[in-house]
Design a protein around this ligand. Sequence first.
Ligand SMILES: C[S@@+](CC[C@H](N)C(=O)[O-])C[C@H]1O[C@@H](n2cnc3c(N)ncnc32)[C@H](O)[C@@H]1O
Length: 273
Amino acid sequence: MRRPVQKLANMMLKPIGLKTVRRAHATRGERDPAWGRLMAALKAYEGLFRQEVAPDLPPNERRFELLERTIGTPIEEVYYLLKSLHEALAVEGDLCEFGVAQGTNSAILANEVLDTERALWLFDSFEGLPKPTDEDELIDDIFELGQMEKYEGRMAHGAERVQGRLAEVDFPETRTHIVKGFIEETSQGDALPERVCFAYLDFDFYQGTKIALDLVHARMPAGGRMVVDDYGFFSSGVETAVAEFLEREGDAYELEPSPDFASAKFATLRKHA
Ligand SMILES: C[S@@+](CC[C@H](N)C(=O)[O-])C[C@H]1O[C@@H](n2cnc3c(N)ncnc32)[C@H](O)[C@@H]1O
């Protein structure tokens, strides 16, 4: 409020014992009504999700701003990720993401465990997708490249971007492990978590998914959760890797495909308690 207007308002308010106060900053919602409406819609969506699907999902004010930035992951998938993550926090272990790209979802996951001691393990070549194998049949040509072979090297982003995203949510560097390289090699190294309570598998192809499933299985206590993205979408290889894994380890897991209303295809693997 400008000074003369404020003065006049104060003169009028004085007889009834009131006066104006200056506010240093308007909230972003007040400055940008579209942003305010989006935040309100996200809060309403979360309310419904909590009521219908995940009554124990804890509140988190910062979540909404981070959700506004998600790129390739629809909101319903993010909420199912959060549901699984919070269920998994009942057991011991760190969090893993296999296939990180720009770190958009890494920041969302990190923000949920800020107040814990859990570490975040982020695996990516940072050189994009590897060469597909015979199991990777193209079922959805997402970039309209015509053949699967042309996807090699696509989705390459720098690791600095991921570090930037984590810094924005104040996630401590001491609890961040960015494991750079193709999982075919890094899974043979020493930079691996001891225990994993939650893993988000988003490598898109058969071979990487197969390796990640085995790596997590060996480190996951009963009660842990894995969410596998692109299950029956883009490359057939992800669903094949999960089917082969469950043929061997199926007794230990319950598989839940994404709900019909979801625009993304993903599967949740719950390790029996
Ligand atoms: C779909 S993107 C991940 C998106 C990310 N999870 C998100 O939610 O924004 C797939 C990523 O997996 C990585 N990737 C795929 N196969 C890999 C492999 N075998 N080893 C390491 N990184 C791999 C690619 O570099 C790419 O960044």
